[in-house]
Design a protein around this ligand. Structure first.
Ligand code: UDP
Length: 234
């Protein structure tokens, strides 16, 4: 029987956030999985995250292939998880901190979101191009504003390692790495049309729009090959 896990993630995250029980959410895709195979620190970080959601269709395919139970895992793209979390965060008057993307983007998003999600309080914004020297000031600001939710869009694995370094500044918060989602939320970039998403071809659309990604995207066939070779069977 298919299980729709996305709703479960939301309820759980809202409950954790309400109680101040910190969570690091990793949104896992094939590219990140292959990177983790070469980078033990990243692999360890993923293992230690309180929640790992299957962001990419490759990961969903691999999980369902290896699944010995009746549970059908469905895709949970990080961008959708966060978009669906925001109304509940607003109802609970959560303090939210936005970090990442080119200068000006999250600053522009803050008033938009406060209007769109009544109750939401954006307590801090920071573009993603800060220097090492600025880090302690940003952490101090995070500690001072006590956010319930912190979104970092710095790309993989930079955002994951940054969360690891900064987490003590707000141990009570939900920390979520959102990759390039700020570019989509602000309209700076377009997400793949629904048809591509429904047919597990979001990667192809991305490759068409951003051909310079081809080298990084070689991770996808390598991932598939690795899954098949490791003898995972249905
Ligand atoms: N970015 C950033 N700081 C950096 C490098 C990247 O804020 O030092 C941002 C970049 O502007 C973009 C996002 O991180 O908004 C990365 O997007 P991408 O789609 O490459 O993310 P991924 O594929 O890793 O999820």
């Amino acid at each position: 029987m298919p299980v729709h896990l996305a709703g479960d993630y939301l309820d759980w995250l809202l409950a954790q956030g309400e109680q101040g029980l910190g969570v690091h959410v990793v949104t896992l895709n094939a590219e990140m999985t292959m990177l983790a195979k070469e980078e033990p620190r990243l692999a360890e970080l993923i293992r230690c995250a309180e929640l790992v959601v299957p962001d990419g269709s490759g990961v969903v395919w691999a999980l369902n292939k290896s699944n010995r139970t009746e549970i059908q895992v469905s895709r949970c793209p990080g961008i959708e998880l966060v978009t669906n979390l925001l109304p509940g965060a607003g109802q609970r008057r959560w303090r939210v901190y936005l970090i990442g993307a080119a200068p000006g983007l999250v600053q522009a998003l803050a008033p938009e979101w406060e209007k769109k999600y009544p109750g939401l309080q954006i307590v801090g914004t920071q573009d993603g191009y800060f220097t090492a020297g600025q880090e302690s000031e940003i952490q101090a600001n995070i500690a001072r504003t006590k956010p319930h939710l912190i979104l970092l869009g710095l790309g993989v694995p930079k955002q994951e390692f940054t969360i690891q370094r900064w987490r003590d500044a707000a141990p009570q918060a939900l920390w979520i790495g959102v990759g390039g989602s700020f570019d989509v939320w602000t309209g700076a970039k377009e997400r793949a049309p629904q048809w591509f998403r429904d047919n597990n071809l979001e990667w192809a659309y991305r490759l068409y729009k951003e051909p310079w990604r081809w080298r990084r995207m070689l991770a996808l066939p390598r991932f598939a090959w690795h899954v098949l070779r490791s003898g995972v069977s249905s």
